[in-house]
Design a protein around this ligand. Structure first.
Ligand code: C2O
Ligand code: CU
Length: 525
């Protein structure tokens, strides 16, 4: 009980602050204009002119080298620190980066080989690292109150003492995360997951790719190496001085969580970056490329199209989803996705003429947020890649084999004095167990939304089995760890809980909703 009170008291402190700002400022009540919006969120306009699009080359985040490796394990080290980035040419923008860069370095692992990452925290606040999509033991999953304290800090009293009150695991300065990676080839990513402050931390730059390869994928002949491009798409907003602006109630991210009330439905920026570059261009030979699209935005949803489309259309051949390869490729004219979702697609630039410029356009955006990046198609080149008709074969989970169906609503509601985001009517409480699936059991979980809520489960990958009592949608294919719920939707997913016993979270991946309490626990027993 006392634990609950400390959590609630802390939260209420944030909410009271929000109320004060709302009275003084431009509160936009939640609930206005929900219909017809393509994303949950309110645009935070940049306070300065932004560069013209397609002027800066795309950068691929560097692949991190192991510090050592043995028969079973690859060991890595990452330091989280404040650094300067040059996001706008000639302007210095402070970021928080894994190894000081945004995105962080890409980790590349072999399925089944243990990956151990030692994180050192040189940031001014506690850090928590979550490998999104990882099938990870609970102690290494980045539970939101399992802090890596900043180097030199003895406890978390400078940050409200939250983890201490709530009995999180505190590590001083650094800690190791051990990932068995007993899972299929997939595009995973890692990001900060500190309770109440995830949105602000990721916005400053704490996100990176973690790719897993396996033999099944290796023999397919898919485009590889320089033709396999991870693309992390985010929106951000810049202040007049070139710093990243975010409407945190407490910019020091020490004691008061949350954003100004006007932005409680989500923070949207007017600048689009791919791999940390504003509206980049990429020079690509006229051959097939694999694009690993990751929506790492806090709240923004995208509908990406190729402009112009290739002759005959269907420019995107989807080969994978969050959890790895699809059984068979699916072709699309557009990819529509929400925060944290990954779409692994092949685009054959050989269908264009050398010299053509092909824009990746966001049909849900307007003005500056309609543009994402540009591909400049180069000369024809040898292309021995292919996209086989059969990519994988994964056993289906029969709905009849499910032992239980659990229902969860994701809706707005009051948390203390303010509007927050709730799961089954309740704000996040680390000590309330909202579901206790038995290890090895198959379950059906049904989600109901009031607004846009991308729902993410830790530990498992699931399959969407119905959307609004009909067949799954065109973007529901394959194994997923995040499903995009639009306003007033009902989605059923099926999953099997395997691997590890312990406490995990599931939550909305609109990071402002997550920080404002739309998170719950499941415990595998
Ligand atoms: Cu991508 Cu619980 O997070
Ligand atoms: Cu949400």
């Amino acid at each position: 009980m006392s634990r609950q009170i400390s959590r609630r008291t802390l939260f209420r402190a944030g909410l009271a602050g929000a109320g004060a700002v709302a009275t003084a400022g431009v509160a936009v009540p939640l609930g206005l204009n929900w219909r017809g919006t393509s994303s949950a969120g309110v645009l935070l306009r940049s306070g300065r002119a932004l560069p013209e699009p397609y002027q800066q080359p795309l950068v691929i985040p560097p692949v991190l080298r192991p510090t050592r490796t043995d028969g079973t394990t690859d060991y890595y080290e990452i330091t989280q620190r404040v650094a300067d980035a040059e996001l706008i040419p000639g302007v210095r923008t402070p970021i928080w980066g894994y190894n000081g860069i945004f995105p962080g370095p890409t980790l590349v692992s072999r399925s089944g080989r243990r990956t151990v990452v030692k994180h050192r925290n040189e940031l001014p606040v506690p850090a928590v690292v979550h490998l999104h999509g990882g099938h990870t033991p609970p102690e290494f999953d980045g539970y939101p109150i399992d802090f890596i304290l900043p180097v030199g800090a003895k406890d978390d009293s400078a940050w409200g003492g939250m983890a201490t009150h709530l009995h999180g695991a505190l590590h001083q300065g650094e800690r190791q995360y051990e990932y068995p990676l007993d899972q299929r080839a997939a595009t995973l990513w890692y990001h900060d997951h500190r309770m109440d402050y995830t949105g602000a931390s990721v916005w400053r730059g704490l996100a990176g790719f973690h790719l897993v390869h396996d033999d099944e994928e290796g023999v397919l002949g898919l485009p590889a190496e320089g033709r396999d491009l991870p693309l992390m798409i985010v929106d951000r907003s810049f202040a007049a001085d070139g710093t990243l602006q975010y409407p945190a109630l407490d910019p020091t991210m020490a004691k008061q969580p949350g954003v100004r009330n006007a932005y409680a439905s989500g923070v949207l920026g007017d600048a689009i970056l791919v791999n940390g570059v504003l509206w980049p261009y990429a020079e690509v030979p006229a051959v097939r490329h694999r694009l690993r699209l990751l929506n790492a935005s806090n709240a923004r949803r995208y509908r990406l199209v190729l402009d112009p489309p290739p002759p005959g259309g269907k420019g995107f051949v989807q080969i994978g989803s969050d959890g790895g390869l699809l059984d068979r490729p699916v072709t699309h004219d557009a990819i529509e996705f929400a925060s944290a979702e990954r779409f692994d697609v092949v685009v054959d630039f050989g269908r264009y003429n050398p010299g053509q410029r092909v824009n990746l356009v966001n049909e849900l955006g307007a003005g500056s947020t309609r543009q994402v990046m540009q591909f400049r198609v180069g000369a024809k080149a040898t292309d021995d890649s292919r996209v086989p008709d059969v990519l994988s074969s994964t056993p289906a989970l029969a709905p009849a084999s499910a032992t239980v169906q659990r229902d969860f609503t994701f809706r707005t509601g009051s948390v203390g004095a303010m509007t927050g985001w709730l799961t089954n009517g309740k704000p996040f409480d680390p000590h309330r167990y909202d579901a206790m699936p038995k290890l090895g059991d198959t379950e059906i979980w049904q989600f109901q939304s009031d607004f846009h809520h991308p729902i993410h489960l830790h530990l498992v990958q699931f399959k969407v089995i119905s959307r609004n009592n009909k067949e799954p949608g065109v973007y529901d294919a394959g194994w997923k760890d995040t499903v995009d719920l639009k306003p007033n939707e009902q989605v059923q997913v099926i999953t099997r809980f395997t691997g590890y016993r312990g406490r995990y979270v599931f939550h909305c991946h609109n990071l402002e909703h997550e920080d404002m309490a739309m998170m719950a626990n499941f415990v595998t027993t």
